[in-house]
Design a protein around this ligand. Structure first.
Ligand code: PBG
Length: 324
């Protein structure tokens, strides 16, 4: 005789939704945006169907259509022309550069949206690395000054939250000090706390033309084999003044999201990265999986693992799905 029957709680749709433990909301999302120079440009990223690179004018239309759908937070990334890149990423501190211009325009037209801006050298670096390269080595402490100036330039342009994605030691504390000394105590820091050296960033590097020119990122991004090390990074970022901790990528690192959730009181963000988007999209377009259902299931799994905030290229698809 079976008396315990878990299937009772799955008996019909109403019961299933009554006992549902996790639900996605549009408020959970930050939508990444790619920006390019020029006018009237909208160029699809070949490895990310449905995701485009926008010049500032068309970007404003894109933000408007997202805002109409209820998306309120964005993570813009600039694609910097090759001739403006150098070893020290100097263009990243140019207040009239593409990125600060785009930030100012978005905030001017949409004062209520939240912008989380990326702090790392790679889009501006002629070496394609997140730090200064000297004799083949990515040097840490010299890089902090570049990151501080970059974060300050973004804050001055109107960024609400800066997101150091470089994985240099001490950068959260350094950036916090620079922001505070310049009166930007309200600008938050969403630290890419546990950022792994991952193969899933490929399409993003296509979008920005930012792949490393030599070597890989393994001396600063984390080894995918490690989880305890994420707790060391989390403790340091917290001590240094991070307002949010991020795990990146998301799907292959759900255990790390859960680990940080269980060990921190800070909001936890997860970055559902370009390669994760590309896999689901590609298989969906080929008809090998139901792309929409696979999207919803993977986003839900990120939330269930403990993420409060999800950065995802699916944000707009999810918003459209809610409208159906
Ligand atoms: C830059 C940066 C990267 C991503 C976000 N910020 C690329 C990298 O570290 O090589 C990847 C995002 C994605 O793949 O969607 N430091």
């Amino acid at each position: 005789m079976i008396t315990k029957r878990p299937r009772r709680n799955r008996y019909n749709e109403v019961i299933r939704s009554m006992v549902q433990e996790t639900a996605l909301e549009l408020n959970d999302f930050i939508f990444p945006l790619f920006i390019i120079e020029g006018e009237n440009q909208k160029v699809e990223v070949a490895s990310m169907p449905g995701i485009n690179r926008y010049s500032v004018d068309t970007l404003l239309d894109e933000v408007a259509s997202c805002v109409d759908l209820g998306i309120k937070a964005f993570a813009p990334f600039p694609s910097i022309p090759e001739n403006l890149k150098d070893k020290y990423a100097r263009e990243s501190a140019n207040p009239d550069g593409l990125f600060p211009r785009a930030i100012r325009e978005i905030k001017k037209n949409f004062p209520d949206v939240v912008l989380m801006t990326d702090v790392a050298m790679d889009p501006y670096s002629s070496d394609g690395h997140d730090g200064i390269v000297i004799n083949g080595e990515i040097v840490n402490d010299e890089t902090l000054e570049v990151l501080g100036n970059m974060a300050l330039t973004q804050a001055q342009a109107g960024a609400d939250i800066v997101g150091p994605s470089d994985m240099m030691d001490g950068r959260v504390g350094y950036i916090r000090r620079v922001l505070d000394e310049n009166g930007f105590h309200k600008v938050g820091i969403m630290s890419y706390t546990a950022k792994y050296a991952s193969a899933f960033y490929g399409p993003f590097r296509d979008a920005l033309d930012s792949a490393p020119k030599m070597g890989d990122k393994k001396t600063y991004q984390m080894n995918p084999a490690n989880s305890r090390e994420a707790l060391i990074e989390a403790a340091l970022d917290t001590e240094e003044g991070a307002d949010y901790l991020m795990v990146k990528p998301a799907l292959a690192y759900l255990d790390i999201i859960k680990l940080l959730r269980d060990n921190s009181h800070l909001p936890i963000a997860a970055y559902n990265v370009s390669g994760e988007y590309a896999m689901v999209k590609a298989a969906g377009l080929k008809g090998w999986i139901d792309g929409e259902k696979a999207m919803l299931e993977s986003l839900l799994s990120i939330k269930r693992a403990g993420a409060d905030i999800i950065l995802s290229y699916f944000a707009k698809d999810f918003a459209n799905y809610l409208r159906k």
